[in-house]
Design a protein. Structure first.
Length: 221
């Protein structure tokens, strides 16, 4: 009597790890806002999750000659980033995503300005306590703001602005880059292809810059 053994094998399921893309933004920057819209599209077509952090154009440009049309923005711009840092401190890093979403929509789409009314509306929209608006004029938050700003900006140097993105490099070490600066934000698979290309060039050893003249204003769609 002979017996035979039949072995059935099922292909192992391949799990694709999610890449965390840490993105440093100032809510008042229109170019960072558009790049963040692109990143939300990337999340739909690639295994990527964007984690938002705060930088400050006011910190970045301290002591620099700034064109007259930007000077008031440098002054007014402290308020919303202080509030973001205070919100993160009291309620955790995860609150930055909905708070940035609310501020960005109000600033860039609703043209609500940078003042307390905008900040209060954004806090309400993000489900955060109204009294966080008090941080807007509280300079005691500035050391923490500077710390989180430099955490994002120092790896890419002082000659760039926002957005800055950090992702794991091919060797697992963090890889940081400025940009991409684009308008309008590509959608669907076009967003994914751009992400693939950005990773390809920024992971190339010795690659530093790819740039062309900007011939259009920000397009918010």
């Amino acid at each position: 009597m002979s017996t035979s053994t039949s072995t059935s094998t099922t292909p192992a399921r391949t799990e694709t790890a999610t890449t965390i893309a840490d993105m440093w933004v100032d809510p008042r920057c229109p170019w960072a806002w558009i790049t963040s819209r692109w990143m939300l599209e990337v999340e739909q077509v690639r295994p990527v999750r964007t984690r938002f952090h705060i930088m400050s154009l006011s910190v970045l440009n301290e002591g620099r000659e700034v064109p007259e049309k930007y000077r008031q923005g440098m002054i007014d711009g402290w308020a919303c980033v202080r509030v973001c840092v205070a919100a993160q401190h009291h309620h955790g890093e995860a609150v930055l995503r909905p708070l940035y979403e609310a501020m960005g929509r109000l600033i860039h789409h609703e043209k609500a300005g940078l003042g307390h009314d905008m900040i209060s509306a954004a806090l309400a929209e993000a489900g955060l306590p109204a009294d966080l608006v008090d941080a807007a004029e509280d300079t005691s938050w500035d050391p923490k703001l500077r710390a989180v700003h430099h955490e994002g900006m120092d790896p890419v140097g002082s000659e760039v602005g926002t957005p800055v993105i950090h992702v794991p490099g091919p060797d697992g070490e963090p890889m940081a880059f400025f940009g991409p600066v684009l308008t309008p934000a590509p959608r669907g698979e076009a967003a994914g292809k751009l992400w693939d290309g950005v990773l390809a060039v920024t992971s190339t050893d010795g690659f530093f810059e790819l740039k062309r003249g900007r011939d259009r204003d920000p397009i918010f769609d």
